[in-house]
Design a binder for this molecule. Structure first.
Ligand code: GLA
Length: 391
């Protein structure tokens, strides 16, 4: 925050009117369930995108990205994509807001963040939600987390061209400090659950990225839709394990396994909520372990490195459970451990993973933070809306 405020002061010779922040996320459990209208249990983490900004009267947006030493300027009424650039997420959110009839006004500012890019911690959702928060702040409309998450998802799906579900934007928009958030991805209802006392969450980045994630992700989505179609329901959320088992003979074996993952994973999320309600960290950890097996064997989205990372993590003293997290095929695992063991855990996992793979992992012990917010605001009247807000 100091970095962007200082740069803002140097560039504009004034204090920013607003500083906004939106976090990245790690998902505790509930993987590949969001686009099946199911349940997820992520937490917003203490790594975020920050924007210091002030309104402009001329419907232009001018942004300086400190981390890339790059700038972008665009007019709100003449939006064009900038493929492959950080700026495309900002443009995409502006476009999605206009498409949905939100009054948007111009602004100028400085953006920076510390969510590792491409690591599966939702750096793009954090940029999208910080951008939405910036537009809300300068135009003076109230923050509605679920609506803004849908705007971010719309931008990602239709502007950026990534076919993601709602989880990442929703947790970045609506996270609750010290809590994991149960999200019902059908209704977008949220329920916060406090992390059990004395338990730490670590993100374990395998330092591997897979090129074909998008096509494999879309293939999994199509398989889930095929399974739901077999039962004549909108989404796998509506199918029970008993129904699936009784239809097993009629189903393609691969489709059957994909569906079994989603159905059992939804159940694990609800069981995880029960465990958190009871403060039963050991039960929560066992659910993470079971979730990994299901992702590895039924949904088949793990990788050699993720399996090695999870196996090493699970065998450490004080580890309660571990699994791959996010879309899969590379990226990160998440581990739950006794807080007192966290230091030794991180050191031992890093050393053993490096020894087995030759790769240098990055490990982060995370704190659960709140969702997108205005963290500072100068005395300032909301800017009256200039021009049209789109459809
Ligand atoms: C990615 C997507 C999410 C979700 C996860 C898998 O992170 O962006 O919407 O589908 O994969 O759980």
């Amino acid at each position: 925050m100091d970095r962007i405020v200082q740069t803002f002061r140097e560039e504009f010779d004034a204090a920013p009117a607003f500083v906004v922040r939106a976090p990245g996320r790690v998902n505790l459990i509930g993987e590949h369930t969001d686009y099946n209208d199911g349940f997820v249990l992520p937490l917003a983490i203490d790594r975020a995108t920050w924007i210091a900004l002030r309104p402009r009267p001329d419907r232009q947006v001018m942004v300086h990205a400190l981390d890339f030493d790059d700038r972008d300027t665009f007019h709100l009424d003449e939006l064009t994509p900038r493929q492959g650039s950080w700026a495309n997420y900002i443009r995409g959110v502006a476009w999605a807001l206009r498409q949905h009839g939100y009054p948007v006004v111009g602004w100028e500012g400085v953006i920076a963040g510390d969510v590792p890019i491409g690591a599966g911690l939702s750096s793009s959702a954090s940029v999208e939600m910080a951008t939405a928060r910036a537009f809300a702040a300068v135009a003076g409309w109230p923050w509605d987390a679920a609506r803004m998450a849908l705007i971010g998802q719309y931008a990602e799906n239709k502007w950026v061209g990534v076919n993601c579900g709602i989880m990442d934007q929703m947790i970045s928009a609506a996270g609750v400090e010290g809590h994991a958030l149960l999200i019902d991805c059908r209704t977008l209802d949220t329920t916060p659950f406090p992390l059990p006392a004395g338990v730490a969450v670590a993100v374990l980045d395998t330092a591997t990225r897979r090129g074909l994630v998008d096509s494999a992700y879309n293939e999994r989505r199509a398989q889930c839709e095929a399974a739901a179609g077999h039962f004549g329901v909108k989404a796998l959320r509506d199918v029970t394990l008993a129904q699936l088992e009784s239809a097993r003979a009629d189903l393609d074996p691969v489709i059957y396994r994909r569906a079994r993952h989603v159905i059992t994973e939804n159940d694990r999320v609800l069981q995880a909520c029960d465990a958190m309600r009871l403060g039963d960290a050991a039960a929560l950890g066992r659910l993470l372990n079971a979730g990994h097996l299901s992702l590895r064997d039924d949904f088949q989205v793990s990788s050699r490195e993720l399996d090695i990372m999870v196996e090493i993590a699970q065998s450490q003293p004080g580890c309660l459970g571990a699994r791959m997290t996010g879309a899969g095929f590379g990226g990160c695992a998440v581990a739950l451990m006794e807080e007192a063991a966290a230091g030794a855990f991180v050191a031992a996992v890093a050393e053993r993973y490096a020894a087995r793979t030759g790769l240098t992992p990055r490990l982060y012990v995370c704190r659960a933070t709140g969702g997108a917010e205005v963290v500072a605001r100068a005395d300032h009247e909301p800017t009256p809306t200039v021009g049209t807000g789109g459809r």
